[in-house]
Ligand binder design. Structure first.
Ligand code: PEP
Ligand code: MG
Length: 316
C-alpha cells in the first residue's frame, strides 16, 4: 500500500478541471530533501538554511555551505531548489552573530536586515550558493519590507556573480511576509524574479500577534479574512507581471486552506514533507472554478471562525 501511495504521489496534482498545482517541499536538511523526493515533491520551495547556522559554534564556512547545497541539489536531481538565505534574528537567536538587545525582536533586526548588517556572512552564503552554478537553484530573501532592501541585495548578488565570473541565470526572489510588500506587490513583482508568501509571519504581522506568544499564538489564524485579503492582493500584483508566486507558510500544508489558496490564484504550494502525498490526492479532487468561488466567498466573511465553518461545510 505504501508503494502504491508513493507511486501515486509522483503523479502531478491536477484539479478536475485541468489546472496543475505544483506541490513543493519545505525542508531544513538533506534528510528531509530525500523524503521530499520520495513523497513526490515537485521540488523544494523553501530550504530553511538557518538550521545549518544554529548547529555550529561559528558561521559555517563557504566550503561547508557549498557542500551542503550541492548535496541537497544532487538529491533533487534537477528539480527546483529554493534556498532561503539566513533568516535569523527575531525568535531565532544565533549566539555568534552579534545581536543587540531588542525590546521587540520580531520587529527588529531579523532576516534580510541582519544579513545586510553582517555583509561578509551574507556574501559567504551567496558565494556558496552561486558556486553551485545550478540553474534549478533559486535564492530567496526573507523578511523583505521595502524595495530598497531588495535592490541592495540584488547589487551584492550581481557583484558576486561578476567576481566569480558566473553568468548563470540563478533567480533572486523574495518572501512576502511583511504586509508592506503585499500592499505594493505589483511594484515588487516588476523587479523580483519570484515571490513566495510566508503566511506564518504574514499572519503575525497582519494581526499584530507574536507567533511565539504563549497565550495569544493559539488564536492567530492564517484563515483570517484580512490575511486572505493580503494574499489576494499579492496574487493580483504578481499576475500583473507574470511573476512566479508560491505560498510556503504552514497554511499551504493545511487541507482546509488549500482550496482557498488555489482559488486566490496560487499555483505553487510548498508544504511540510509528510503532508505532500495526501495533499496531492486532495487537490486532484478539487475543482478550480469552485475554488475561485469559495475564495471569493471567504474574502467576504468577517471572521476566521466563519471562514473555517464555511470551508468545513464545503469540503468534508
Ligand atoms: C513564514 O513566515 O511563513 C515562513 C515560511 O518562514 P518561517 O516560518 O521560517 O519564518
Ligand atoms: Mg517567516
Amino acid at each position: 500500500a505504501l508503494q502504491i501511495a508513493r507511486e501515486a504521489a509522483q503523479v502531478p496534482a491536477v484539479t478536475t478541471d485541468g489546472v496543475q498545482i505544483n506541490c513543493l517541499a519545505n525542508i531544513g536538511n538533506i534528510d528531509e530533501a530525500r523524503i521530499a523526493a520520495a513523497n513526490g515533491a515537485e521540488g523544494v520551495g523553501l530550504f530553511r538554511t538557518e538550521f545549518m547556522f544554529l548547529e555550529t559554534k561559528e558561521a559555517p564556512s563557504e566550503e561547508m555551505q557549498f557542500n551542503e547545497y550541492s548535496d541537497i541539489n544532487h538529491v533533487l536531481a534537477g528539480k527546483t531548489l529554493v534556498i532561503r538565505t539566513l533568516d535569523a534574528g527575531g525568535d531565532k537567536k544565533i549566539p555568534y552573530i552579534t545581536q543587540m538587545h531588542e525590546e521587540n525582536p520580531m520587529l527588529g533586526v531579523r532576516g534580510v536586515r541582519l544579513c545586510l548588517a553582517n555583509r561578509e556572512l551574507f556574501k559567504t552564503q551567496l558565494r556558496a550558493i552561486l558556486k553551485t552554478k545550478a540553474e534549478n537553484i533559486k535564492v530567496m530573501i526573507p523578511m523583505i519590507s521595502k524595495l530598497t532592501e531588495y535592490r541592495a541585495v540584488k547589487q551584492i548578488f550581481e557583484e558576486i556573480k561578476a567576481d566569480l565570473g558566473i553568468n548563470t541565470q540563478i533567480q533572486l526572489g523574495i518572501m512576502v511576509e511583511v504586509p508592506s510588500v503585499a500592499f505594493i506587490s505589483e511594484a515588487f513583482a516588476k523587479e523580483v524574479d519570484f515571490m513566495s508568501i510566508g503566511t506564518n509571519d504574514l499572519t503575525q504581522y497582519v494581526m499584530a500577534v507574536d507567533r511565539e506568544h504563549t497565550e495569544l499564538a493559539k488564536e492567530v489564524d492564517h484563515l483570517h479574512p484580512a490575511v486572505l485579503a493580503a494574499i489576494a492582493a499579492t496574487s493580483i500584483g504578481a499576475a500583473k507581471h507574470d511573476t512566479n508566486l508560491s505560498v510556503c507558510g504552514l497554511m499551504a500544508s493545511e487541507k482546509l486552506a488549500i482550496p482557498v489558496l488555489i482559488g486566490l490564484g496560487i499555483k505553487n504550494l510548498s508544504m511540510t514533507v509528510s503532508t505532500i502525498p495526501e495533499n496531492k490526492a486532495f487537490i486532484r479532487n478539487l475543482n478550480y472554478a469552485k475554488c475561485k468561488e469559495v475564495a471569493e466567498h471567504c474574502l467576504s466573511l468577517p471572521t476566521a471562525i466563519e471562514v473555517r465553518e464555511y470551508l468545513k461545510s464545503q469540503f468534508n
